[in-house]
Design a protein around this ligand. Structure first.
Ligand SMILES: NC(=O)c1ccc[n+]([C@@H]2O[C@H](COP(=O)([O-])OP(=O)(O)OC[C@H]3O[C@@H](n4cnc5c(N)ncnc54)[C@H](OP(=O)(O)O)[C@@H]3O)[C@@H](O)[C@H]2O)c1
Length: 257
């Protein structure tokens, strides 16, 4: 008999940051397991390319909703439009993220607030809209927040990013315990260093590259696809009794002394 443990057929997942990198890989991976997907980011061209790939390779439906998540007052309207188009959203993946690197003593309030808005506040507002919707339908739901090694430890030059990601972990735990009564499971994935556009400056820095590989027992940069298995676990029936957790998918980084 075929196992339905990881089956997402009949579910719809909204993924932010789905135009490229980790979000795009997660959207494709969830669709490969049967979900229809709603793709959100700013670059419409990237979203359309991702949607075309997903529909061609999986036969699932992919809707495209271009939005700058920093514009927080657009989120509620966008979510309502998503519901009109897709009918329901069962899985929310807060993946959109940004960073600005520089000495902490120089980080401006403008940059700090911008990173916090995209990485944390937008995730809160989307989660609120998602919770209201799930409660109206009477159905269960899954939220997956994309954290970071910065949820685990500090690193120089990324103060705003680290605050946003530790905040996202706190939000994950708070919502998990508060919304368990609504049958909404809330978890996070903490990727190690993954080769994407976000980390291009780090990959190009020979010293950083050597340091990152020396800290990663599996000895390589991660690929966006490396995160798909954990996301499917958390989105599917296999994750029914998992909530409030962060799963580091980091090649062993956080296990190394
Ligand atoms: N790569 C890593 O090593 C790594 C490690 C740990 C955690 N992460 C986290 O993983 C997530 C994805 O990162 P990635 O490496 O895949 O980065 P990426 O390749 O730069 O992709 C980031 C995605 O977020 C979207 N985005 C950024 N700002 C946005 C905004 N204001 N409004 C809407 N969408 C926005 C981008 O699309 P547009 O630019 O078109 O808006 C893009 O689709 C982030 O949360 C990041 O912090 C990454």
């Amino acid at each position: 008999m075929e196992s339905k443990l990881f089956d997402l057929a009949g579910r719809t997942a909204l993924i932010t940051g789905a135009g490229r990198g980790i979000g795009r890989a997660l959207a494709l991976g969830l669709a490969q397991h049967g979900a229809d997907v709603v793709l959100v980011a700013r670059s419409e061209d990237q979203l359309r390319a991702a949607a075309a790939q997903i529909e061609t390779e999986t036969g699932r439906t992919a809707w495209v909703f271009p939005l700058d998540l920093e514009q927080l007052d657009g989120i509620e309207t966008m979510f309502a439009q998503v519901l009109e188009a897709a009918g329901a959203v069962d899985i929310l993946v807060n993946c959109a993220g940004t960073t600005v690197r520089g000495p902490s003593e120089d980080v401006s309030l403008e940059i700090f607030n911008r990173v916090m808005r995209v990485n944390l506040t937008a995730a809160l507002l989307l989660s609120q809209a998602f919770c209201k919707h799930r409660r109206q339908t009477g159905g269960s739901g899954r939220i997956i927040n994309i954290g970071s090694l910065a949820c685990h430890a500090g690193r120089p030059t990324i103060a705003a990013y680290t605050c946003s990601k530790t905040g996202l972990l706190g939000l994950t735990k708070t919502l998990a315990v508060e919304w368990a009564q609504h049958h909404i499971n809330v978890n996070a994935i903490g990727p190690g260093y993954i080769a994407t556009e976000l980390t291009v400056p780090l990959q190009a820095d020979a010293d950083f590259n050597q340091w990152a590989l020396s800290k990663t027992p599996l000895g390589r940069w991660g690929k966006p696809e490396d995160l798909v298995g954990t996301a499917v676990l958390l989105a599917s029936r296999a994750g029914d009794f998992i909530t409030g957790q962060i799963f580091y998918v980091d090649g062993g980084w956080t296990a190394l002394i």
